[in-house]
Design a protein around this ligand. Sequence first.
Ligand SMILES: C[S@@+](CC[C@H](N)C(=O)[O-])C[C@H]1O[C@@H](n2cnc3c(N)ncnc32)[C@H](O)[C@@H]1O
Length: 204
Amino acid sequence: MDVRQKWDQRYGDTDYEPSSEPSPFLTEATATLTPGTALCLAAGDGRNAVWLARASWSVTAVDISAKGLEWCQRYAREEGVTINTIEADLASFDLGHQQWDLITMIFFNDPALFPSVRQSLRPGGHFLFHTFSVGQRRQKWGPSNAAFLARRQDLEDGFGDWPWPRFGDDDYARSDGRIESSLRLLATNPPNTNPADTDRPSSD
Ligand SMILES: C[S@@+](CC[C@H](N)C(=O)[O-])C[C@H]1O[C@@H](n2cnc3c(N)ncnc32)[C@H](O)[C@@H]1O
C-alpha cells in the first residue's frame, strides 16, 4: 500500500473522527502575525488550516489524500470559511516563488522540502514547523520510525541563517494528558532591505 492509499484508508475509515483542535504551537506562535497568504503542507483533515482561515489568513491546504481534504472542506464549510485545497504529492508539488506569508509543516517531517519552502516564502514571511522529535521514542506512543521524527540538525541546516522568534525542543503535556516530544519552530525570512531586490520601479 502506498502513502496515498494508507492515508485515504485512514481518513475514509467509518470510525475516523477528525480533530478540530489546532496545534497549540500554531495558535500561540501566529497570534502576533499579520494575516496574509498561508500554505499548509500535508494539511490532512484541516484542523490547522481552518483555524488559520478563521483567523483571517487566506489559506491553501495541500495533501496527498483526497479523503483528508474532504474532511478539510467539510470542516471549513461548518465554520463558514473558505479554503483552497490541492490534492498533490509534495514530492513533486511546486510551492512557487516568494508568494506565501506563512508556510506550515505540522506533524509531517520532510526536510527535503526546506529549500523550496525558503524560496517560496516572501521576505518577512514565516515558516512554522511542529512535529514529533527523535525524543518521542522515549514515550510509549506515537511514531518510532526515524523518517517521521524530526531532528534539530535538519532545522539548523535548513533555516539556521534566519531569525527564530520561537523555538522549542522538549517534552510537554498535551491537552489529552499524553506527553509529546516535539520540535517547534517559527523561522522568519528576513525582510528585504536591499532596494535593488524589490519590485519597486527605480526613480531614474
Ligand atoms: C499526521 S498527518 C498530519 C495532518 C495535519 N498536518 C495535522 O497536523 O493535523 C500527515 C499528513 O501528511 C499527508 N502526507 C503524507 N505524505 C504526503 C505527501 N508525500 N504529500 C502530501 N501529503 C502527504 C497525509 O495524507 C496526512 O494527511
